[in-house]
Design a protein. Structure first.
Ligand code: VGL
Ligand code: ZN
Length: 198
């Protein structure tokens, strides 16, 4: 399958933050392997003049998802901490749109759409198709993709630019199955073609 980029397309990079990389507070196994392919996507979208969005997990220190508050996770992606910064080797452009989520202590939000203005912002910009990759396949990527489909966007899942936490073996594969069953379309870099020149 080949897909040609066109106006109305946007790249959405989910949570490629230090705490989700090897050595981070909530390291996703091989999470760093999404960076090189995502940089390739970034370069394609920039060359095509298409917008790039990057979500970030952006928790207060007492967030409900942390073990001290009875949640499942160690503290991670605390607002303004080093661990919450985007991976330094991710080549996000100056004009990338940043979406901060799960910013309130009482509410977990795996999806970049939950509690944010992302959907209206995308609609205002005339975006119809989203190309989604990042971390982690079985949490924030999955929930973001499912919400994007529910919001009516066409979703391409960048299968060469996602990695899973895999708390239970197979979680990542099951998440991919669920996203595809819900209507996401799998895509890798080699499927992508640049816009037709006028
Ligand atoms: C995530 C677990 C906790 C994610 C965020 O970005 O997938 N996972 N918070
Ligand atoms: Zn989190």
């Amino acid at each position: 399958m080949t897909v040609r980029l066109k106006p109305g397309d946007a790249l959405l990079i989910v949570d490629v933050q230090n705490d989700f990389l090897p050595g981070g507070a909530l390291a996703v196994p091989h999470g760093d392997q999404v960076i090189a392919p995502l940089n390739d996507y970034i370069h394609r979208f920039r060359a095509a003049g298409l917008p790039i969005f990057a979500s970030r997990d952006w928790h207060p220190p007492n967030h409900c998802s942390f073990k001290a508050q009875g949640g499942p996770w160690p503290p991670h992606c605390i607002q303004d901490s080093e661990g919450a910064r985007f991976a330094p080797t991710l080549e996000l452009p100056e004009n990338a749109y940043i979406v901060s989520k799960a910013t309130r202590a009482e509410e977990e939000a795996y999806s970049a759409f939950q509690g944010t203005e992302l959907a209206p912002q995308l609609r205002d910009m005339g975006i119809r198709r989203l190309f989604i990759g990042g971390l982690a396949t079985d949490y924030c990527v999955k929930h973001t993709v499912l919400d994007a489909l529910n919001e009516g966007f066409t979703v391409y899942l960048l299968t060469d630019a996602i990695r899973a936490v895999d708390l239970q073996p197979g979680d990542g594969e099951r998440a991919i199955d669920e996203m595809l069953a819900a209507g996401a379309l799998p895509l890798t870099l080699s499927d992508l073609e640049m816009p037709q020149s006028p």
